[in-house]
Design a protein. Sequence first.
Length: 677
Amino acid sequence: MPNNTIIHITGLKRHYQMGDSIVAALDGVQLDVHQGDFLMVVGSSGSGKSTLMHLLGLLDVASDGVMEINGRSMLNGDDAQLSGLRNEHIGFVFQQFNLLQDLNVVENIALPLVYRGVPRAQRQARAIEMAEKLGLGHRLDHKPRELSGGQLQRIAIARALVSEPDILLADEPTGNLDSSTSAEIMNILYSLNAQGHTIIMVTHDPELALQGTRKITLRDGKIIEDCPGKRQPAAPVQRPVDPRALQHKRRLSVLDLLHIGVQEGLLAHQMRTFLTMLGIIIGVSSVIAMSSFSLGSKKKQADQIRALGANLVRVVDKQFENERLVEARVKGSLGLTRRDLAAMRQGIPEISRSAALREVKINVLHDHGTLNPRVLGVHGDYLTVNNLSILGGRFFDHFDEDRSARVVVLGSGVARAMLVARNESQGSKEPVSDLTKLLNQTLFLGGTPYSIVGILADKDIDLAELEATSVSDPNHDLLMPLQTLLTRTAYHDLRSEIDELQLQLRTEDDLSTVGRAVKAILGITHAGVSDFDLVIPMDLLKQKQQSQRLLDILTICISSISIIVGGIGIMNIMLASVTERVREIGIRRAVGATRQDILRQFLSEAMIISVTGGIFGVILAAVVVIITCQFLHLPIVFSLTLLLTAVVASTATGLIFGIYPAYQAANKNPVDALRSE
């Protein structure tokens, strides 16, 4: 093979299966093309001209034979390799021009460089330079529909040349032009050939067929004639390569993907795109709006409950520390005290029972080990208020309080733990049944002996509900008189005397009155310092959580259905878009786009639609929530996590429902795509 051979073909075949028969479009073609050749390919319709051009352009795959370009076999490469070779070494000039109607002159010319990964500024500069060489400098911003046939063909030639290919393939480039314009286009091609470009051109014009360096005649898929033309082959020229345009890794950039998606996915059909987004917008806005209403309602109800309390109102000390604690004491608040309880009992007749408690951290020892109960000093009607009863022994009386007696009452869980520890130390397997055996035994709290005078009856506690509230399990409490705790244990001097006051009302109808009264009394006794909280009762909190959970689940289900419907709409529109843009897919493949590039392009368009719909949904939800909450006097609450989740969900919808249309687009046959109308 001579050194200047650029294409070498031996025994090239391309057979098609048509039903039960096989059609031999090419059947054993032998051909060598040399640098500087201007080959004119002629033949009747169905002779194999187009098939040969498609194989030379790496748009189709041969059934058999050898085809080498620059000494490299073209028959065993994968799609990415063939697309790269097509992008770098081959330029196409089509009879139908095959320009993208939504791109201007510069963007059409620069299209091959998009798939080379050339930065936007550099490829535009290269495209403008090429346009000016071909007399298009005054039409750079025009779209194809605004140009004449000759100008369109000049754009196609400029696009074919912009990446400095080795081979220029021209498929009847003058077929749709008048004689004057045809002459201009041919003069351009002759000039390019003289500059060293290798050109292979299909023509039906017998006179034009003689104007090349060789004329190749095809019939029934075979070359029947290869004769010289009137032109002499151009001397091979080593053409300089523009490093700005070519020295880049082949990759379609993210910015270009976004640009294509916005320009061709959003703006090309604006109303259709908006209607497609509508399902996503409704789904995202509904989940955000309903959840915000729910959060606002929760906040409002929580504020009301803290202000009003419930049948069992708990006033809890905030337990300030350090500077805040000192500041509260300086302002005149002593924290929660028994005097507060006395003032409320005297000033609020709706209170039927009351209790006070204080917790202390202290080591608890017994003869057979240690315990870790919650140690409480209690005062008042503690058993009644907390619905507790004595299993055995007794509870504290006023004599225990007056004497600061060292007596304790154990929760059933604490008593059971003591008995289990005793049995284990004695090696006994006796079941723990009678907890009252511990009565009158001694415990050591911080080294001080205390006598067990009572055991609480076991209280059936739902641990799941317990975790949903701030109430502890009384089965694991160790109780002593409040006065005993205050007298016999050490604590911070500035700490509040009481950790919690518990007020049981006569009826729930008194909630509003008692809530205001409690705050008013404590506001006076605490010198206006807000160092206490009114806590939501356990039963009301449980009921509220259950009802709210059902509402949240319903909201999520409805919104999810809306988003899924929106995703189906995206899939439907993207499938229609693929059908409408088959020729565009063929053009992009012809200039070097890989299947992966096409898949990413259409997938990005679906995702842009869904993400944009998600953003509009967030905006719509914000407007609806602000207006509605002001009308209903609800607090305006937005969850950042929920906003991000909604946008991620809309993005995932575009990804999931866009995969199939993108896959369909990526797997379009380039040859069939270029032939589509």
